[in-house]
Write a protein that binds this ligand. Structure first.
Ligand SMILES: *Cc1c(COP(=O)(O)O)cnc(C)c1O
Length: 408
C-alpha cells in the first residue's frame, strides 16, 4: 500500500496555504490530529485547570509512552519524555558512570550540541573523546571505528542522520560491533525518527534520543529518550525529583521503575499528548511508505538541482536521506534562503554550522542551502523550487516576476 500524498496534504493545514515547506529537518508542518491533541488539552487547561485536565487524560498521557515505544520498537517503560532531544540525550549521556580516563568514540559529523557536551565532559570529568574517521563517502568508517576500541572505551555515540548533510551513518553496523565489544551505543536519531523505520533492537542501540518537531511532525518543545531496560542499572540519573524517585523515609528515596527515572515531574501535558498523536499518525501512514516517498523526492530534488547552472549538490553518503544540501557559485546561501522564503513562498534553511564550515572551507564555501522533504511534499513543489532558484540566480526578484505573463 502506497502513500496518499493528497490525503496527507488535506490533513495538514500548512499545506493549504500557498507555501512550499522544505524545512522539515528544522520543524515540519503538524498534521490535524497533532494540532487537535494540543489545542483540545490547552483549552481544557484554560477552562478546568491544569491538574484537573491532566487527571482526566491520565490514560492518554500514559499511552504516549506506548506510542513512542511502538515507533522505535521498544517497551513502554523504556521511554521517557523530555522538552527536547538535547535534554533527552544529555540525560542518558550524563547518567553514565564516567571515570577520569574513560574514552568515548564518536563520528566527524556528530551534532554540534553533542560535540559541545563531549568537550564539556572532557573538562569536567576527565574523559577522552576519540573521533572515528569518515570513509571517502563521508560516513563513519566502521572498520576504523572498531580499531579505535580499547579497554577504556565506555561509549559509542553517533548521529544517525547529521542535521546538515544528506548522508546516513551505518547505525546498524556500528550497533552490531558495539554489542560485540560490549560497549553501550547511544544513537542520536533526531532526523531519522519519523522519516524511516527505526527498530532499536535491529540497530543494536542501548540508548536512543529524538525530537518531536522534525520528521515526526510533533509540536515544538518535545523530545524523548529510549533506554534498554537491561542497561538501566548501570546508569545513574544526574537529577532526581518526585517523578523520577519517591521519598520513602526522611533519609531514603527509591528511584522510579524503568526509564521514568530520567524525567522530572512538571511538563507540558498538551505537547506530550501531541507527541503521542504524532507517533500514532506516523505509524498509521506507515514508516516504510513515508521513507519510500521521502527518498524518491530527495533523489528527484538532487537530480533537478544538479541540472541547474552554477548549482552544486553537496550531500555525501551512500544511502541518502530526505535532507538535501547545495550551494550556488555566486549567490550566498543566506540570500537564496531569505529570497526563497520572502519572495517565492518556499521554506528552506541555511546550514552554516561549525561542521559544515569545516567540511566546506576547502572549497571556499561557508554556508549551504538545506531543503528537506517530507511525505506531504510533491514533485511539483520541487519544480517550483528549481524555477525559483533559477529566477534568483538570473536576478529576478519574486514569484510574480518569475511568472510574468502567466496567471499566478
Ligand atoms: C535537531 C537535532 C538535535 C537537537 O534536537 P533538539 O530537539 O533541538 O534538542 C540533535 N541531533 C540532531 C542530529 C539534530 O538534527
Amino acid at each position: 500500500m502506497g502513500l496518499d500524498t493528497q490525503r496527507l496534504r488535506a490533513e495538514t493545514p500548512g499545506c493549504r496555504a500557498e507555501l512550499v515547506h522544505f524545512n522539515n529537518a528544522g520543524a515540519s508542518l503538524m498534521p490535524q490530529p497533532v494540532i487537535e491533541a494540543v489545542e483540545h488539552h490547552w483549552a481544557e487547561e484554560i477552562m478546568s485547570g491544569g491538574y484537573e485536565a491532566a487527571e482526566r487524560h491520565a490514560g492518554q498521557l500514559q499511552a504516549t509512552y506506548g506510542a513512542v515505544a511502538r515507533l522505535v520498537g521498544g517497551a513502554s517503560d523504556e521511554v521517557s519524555f523530555f522538552d527536547n532531544a538535547t535534554r533527552a540525550w544529555q540525560a542518558a549521556f550524563f547518567a553514565m558512570d564516567w571515570q577520569s580516563g574513560d574514552q568515548l568514540i564518536t563520528g566527524q559529523s556528530e551534532y554540534n550540541s553533542n560535540m559541545i557536551a563531549f568537550r564539556h565532559a572532557e573538562k569536567r570529568l576527565g574523559i577522552e573523546v576519540v573521533l572515528a574517521p569518515d570513509t571517502p563517502d563521508g560516513i563513519v568508517d566502521v572498520a576504523a571505528l572498531e580499531g579505535l576500541i580499547t579497554a577504556r572505551t565506555r561509549l559509542i555515540a553517533i548521529s544517525h542522520m547529521p542535521t546538515n548533510d544528506g548522508l546516513i551513518n551505518p547505525a546498524r553496523e556500528i550497533g552490531q560491533l558495539a554489542r560485540r565489544h560490549g560497549v553501550p551505543f547511544l544513537l542520536d536519531a533526531c532526523q531519522s525518527v519519523g522519516q524511516m523505520p527505526i527498530d532499536v533492537k535491529a540497530l543494536g542501540c542501548t540508548m536512543l534520543s529524538a525530537t518531536g518537531r522534525k520528521y515526526l511532525r510533533g509540536p515544538r518543545g518535545t523530545g524523548f529518550l529510549w533506554v534498554d531496560g537491561n542497561a538501566l542499572d548501570a546508569l545513574r540519573p544526574h537529577a532526581l525529583d518526585i517523578q523520577s524517585a519517591q521519598w520513602t523515609d526522611v533519609d531514603r528515596f527509591q528511584m522510579a521503575a524503568g526509564s521514568r527515572r530520567f524525567e522530572l515531574w512538571e511538563r507540558n501535558v498538551a505537547t506530550q499528548l501531541g507527541l503521542g498523536a504524532a507517533c500514532q499518525y506516523a505509524l498509521e501512514i506507515g514508516l516504510e511508505n513515508i521513507w519510500d516517498h521521502v527518498r524518491g523526492l530527495a533523489a528527484g530534488m538532487r537530480g533537478m538541482l544538479a541540472e541547474l547552472p552554477g548549482m552544486t549538490v553537496q550531500d555525501r553518503g551512500v544511502e541518502k536521506s530526505g535532507i538535501v544540501t547545495f550551494f550556488h557559485e555566486s549567490v550566498p546561501a543566506e540570500v537564496l534562503v531569505a529570497a526563497l522564503r520572502d519572495e517565492f513562498g518556499i521554506n528552506t534553511s541555511v546550514s552554516n554550522t561549525q561542521l559544515t564550515r569545516r567540511a566546506l572551507r576547502a572549497r571556499g564555501v561557508t554556508s549551504l542551502v538545506r531543503a528537506s522533504v517530507h511525505a506531504y511534499n510533491t514533485p511539483e513543489e520541487i519544480e517550483r523550487l528549481g524555477a525559483s532558484l533559477m529566477a534568483l540566480a538570473d536576478g529576478k526578484r519574486n514569484y510574480r516576476e518569475l511568472n510574468a505573463g502567466q496567471p499566478v
